[in-house]
Design a protein around this ligand. Structure first.
Ligand SMILES: [Zn+2]
Length: 364
């Protein structure tokens, strides 16, 4: 019980026919943690308790590049007051795409927790190396296929092979608004093609919407932001008929805030109030991510936007020590969303509140 006390409210319910009031501790908050894994993504979403007090759904989107004991996501999951003990169940684990800054850390999650559903893009990444050994991604796939919960095989979904686009994870539901497919056209080549295989998900909770872009792109690095291509093009075109598709209060920016995305049309369709940049200290074509021009574009298009990021003060760091705790945490009861950034004060780590959003819920 005590690990759930943080943020708990006590609800008194008067049962029918004059039964005595029953006090029940129910945690009403959706919590989203953007864990600083250096250059890479690792996101943990925890649903509110169910009405009977049992725990809500857990979702992990990407696991960062590091394996235990360097896997910061793993340490983070265990350390939080509302955290998960090894052996507990996780409803859904999503590997957005097969790049080394996204899926490797998920293997430790599979080793230490019981994962019910594993979602992979299905992009045809090499499963063997040139020497004929099992590749790193091949190891992830093998590990995912072996996962069990209580002797029952877990579900392994390769989105390329299925039309399933709604994912139920305990009491949370995710909309998969972009998934890779073999017949996608104009999705670039090489690394860019793999980024554009990213699974893009949307979460709706109460009055809030959250959009997680993985590394999906919107243009070539040297193109103007007025041109929109790739996944952003597909989504922006669909949003013309379905205006709700992209609109989100919180956006996990695609591809670590690179100039390969966040085009003007896309930003105008999302209209985010809070953007999250997950990045570290790794050089990409001579530049660190995020690109300053991308940040400036969000500020210009969305005056007042709050930018939170996992690469704060990483200037003197490198890829061996950039996972240094610049986590971002947000929680909401569906009407109020509180966004916090981890800071260090007098050698203590604290959550500093950086934004509060209030929304009105429509009357049902
Ligand atoms: Zn990446």
């Amino acid at each position: 019980m005590c690990r759930r006390l943080r943020g708990t409210i006590v609800l008194g319910a008067l049962l029918a026919y004059g039964s005595p009031a029953v006090a029940q501790a129910v945690d009403p908050y959706l919590r989203i943690n953007f864990v600083d894994v250096g250059q890479g993504d690792a996101i943990w979403i925890q649903g509110p308790d169910r009405d009977d007090g049992s725990p809500g759904g857990n979702i992990i989107i990407d696991g960062g590049p590091g394996r235990a004991p360097q896997n910061r996501l793993l340490g983070y999951l265990k350390a939080q007051a509302y955290g998960l003990k090894p052996g507990e169940a996780i409803d859904c684990v999503i590997a957005t795409h097969p790049h080394d800054d996204h899926y490797p850390g998920l293997m430790d999650i599979l080793d230490q927790y019981q994962v019910r559903t594993i979602v992979d893009s299905g992009y045809p990444k090499e499963l063997t190396t040139e020497k004929g050994n099992v590749s790193r991604f091949g190891q992830f796939r093998q590990r995912a296929l072996k996962e069990q919960v209580g002797n029952k095989p877990s579900r392994f979904i390769e989105l390329r092979q299925t039309a399933e686009r709604t994912l139920t994870c305990g009491n949370l539901e995710l909309d998969i608004i972009h998934a890779d497919s073999a017949d996608l056209k104009e999705m670039g080549s090489g690394n860019s093609r793999q980024n554009n295989a990213s699974t893009v998900v949307r979460l709706r909770f109460g009055a809030f919407r959250f959009l997680f872009m993985g590394d999906a792109e919107g243009k070539e690095r040297n193109q103007e932001a007025t041109e929109t291509r790739y996944v952003e093009r597909l989504l922006v075109d669909r949003a013309k008929k379905d205006s709700d598709l992209l609109r989100a209060d919180v956006l996990k920016v695609g591809h670590h805030g690179s100039e390969t995305g966040s085009t003007l049309e896309f930003i105008r369709a999302v209209q985010p109030d809070v953007i999250v940049i997950m990045s570290g200290r790794k050089l990409f074509n001579g530049t660190y991510l995020p690109d300053q021009t991308v940040l400036a574009r969000y500020r210009r298009e969305r005056p007042g936007v709050t930018i939170v990021r996992t690469d704060l003060n990483d200037q003197r760091r490198n890829t061996t020590n950039d996972a240094d705790g610049d986590d971002v945490y947000m929680y909401t009861d569906g009407e109020t969303l509180i966004v916090s950034q981890a800071v260090e004060r007098n050698r203590r780590r604290l959550w500093r509140r950086v934004r509060t959003l209030a929304r009105e819920l429509p009357i049902q």
